[in-house]
Design a protein around this ligand. Structure first.
Ligand code: CLF
Ligand code: SF4
Length: 296
């Protein structure tokens, strides 16, 4: 309902299931083609899908770009309202640029109307913006958990950048700078950028308003505050300090604090890297890739 948005932007927002309630009549397919990651988050133990978009305990079976596109074609035949192809893991899509770009390019070749969507931690984004634009990525998500390196040092033990492993505040500062520069460049290139923030009690919960202000300044369109899902059984507890998940009230408070600057998304399903179907009504693909309802 923002009058400043152009009709092209409005149509891209209202036809994407994650970007608006109007988009819920459409379905998305994630193609799990991206195994590697270039950072370490304290809430991720690497055995499972990227926790920047996923529920814990989920292991997506990796696909080659060719197999991924075959899956898209089959699913599209059965669910014709599938209009978004997303790459969201199981690692970071932009730490696997060859596979990610090849998959998106081939998907667009099959269906010229499909929206191409990528979710990333943002470290490798800046240099890849032109390639993403070239293959036609219209919707981009960056997970940004803070804009303060002291907070970041509690979230990211290391990053791998320019052939070097960086740690501590230095690592967080590089990541934050790259996320914000990538955000700005992606917005300037015409992509609709959503930011995911994992809400971690005691770590970044007091910082959400300042973060949202900065996101607004850099041109982000939508903000998705996701609760940390902390589950020691799945290795997704937070580092060694075992941070708890936020309560529903704490999530609501954080969304209210961010809401004066950024439009808030509240229907996120924390999808797996191989999610298929309408949000909240995922379908499962068995061995021969025929579709059946998933047990939630
Ligand atoms: Fe997938 Fe993410 Fe694109 Fe959506 S999911 S890459 S923007 S098509 Fe959506 Fe799932 Fe939440 Fe992500 S509900 S986890 S916000
Ligand atoms: Fe794990 Fe995703 Fe963080 Fe990489 S970006 S460490 S895959 S949660």
């Amino acid at each position: 309902d923002d009058p400043s948005l152009s009709s092209d932007v409005v149509s891209k927002v209202t036809s994407h299931p994650c970007y608006s309630p109007e988009g819920h009549k459409y379905a998305r397919i994630h193609l799990p083609v991206a195994p590697a990651c270039n950072i370490q988050c304290n809430y991720c133990n690497r055995k499972f899908d990227c926790s920047n978009e996923s529920r814990p305990g989920v292991v997506s079976k990796l696909l080659s770009p060719a197999k991924g596109v075959q899956r898209f074609v089959k699913v599209k035949e059965r669910i014709p309202e599938t209009n978004v192809v997303g790459i969201a893991g199981p690692g970071d899509p932009l730490a696997n640029p060859a596979a990610t770009l090849a998959t998106l390019k081939a998907a667009a070749k099959q269906d010229s109307d499909v929206h191409l969507c990528v979710s990333t931690n943002g470290l490798a984004l800046l240099e890849l913006v032109p390639s993403l634009v070239k293959v036609g990525v219209s919707h981009l998500t960056i997970t940004i958990n803070c804009i303060d390196a002291a907070i970041g040092a509690k979230i990211y033990p290391w990053i791998y950048f320019n052939h070097k492993r960086l740690r501590g505040r230095e690592a967080s500062q590089v990541l934050i700078d790259r996320q914000l520069a990538g955000l700005k460049a992606a917005v300037a290139a015409g992509m609709l950028v959503k930011v995911n923030t994992v809400l971690i009690p005691g770590i970044n919960d007091h910082h959400i308003e300042a973060l949202a202000q900065e996101l607004k300044l850099h041109g982000a369109l939508l903000h998705n505050i996701m609760p940390l899902i902390s589950d020691p059984a799945h290795g997704t507890y937070f580092g060694l300090t075992g941070q708890r998940q936020p309560t529903e009230d704490e999530v609501a408070e954080a969304r209210a604090a961010a809401g004066s600057n950024m439009a808030q998304m509240s229907h996120c399903q924390q999808c797996r890297a191989d999610a298929v179907g309408h949000l909240g009504q995922d379908i499962d693909l068995d061995a021969d890739e025929s579709v059946k309802p998933v047990q939630q």
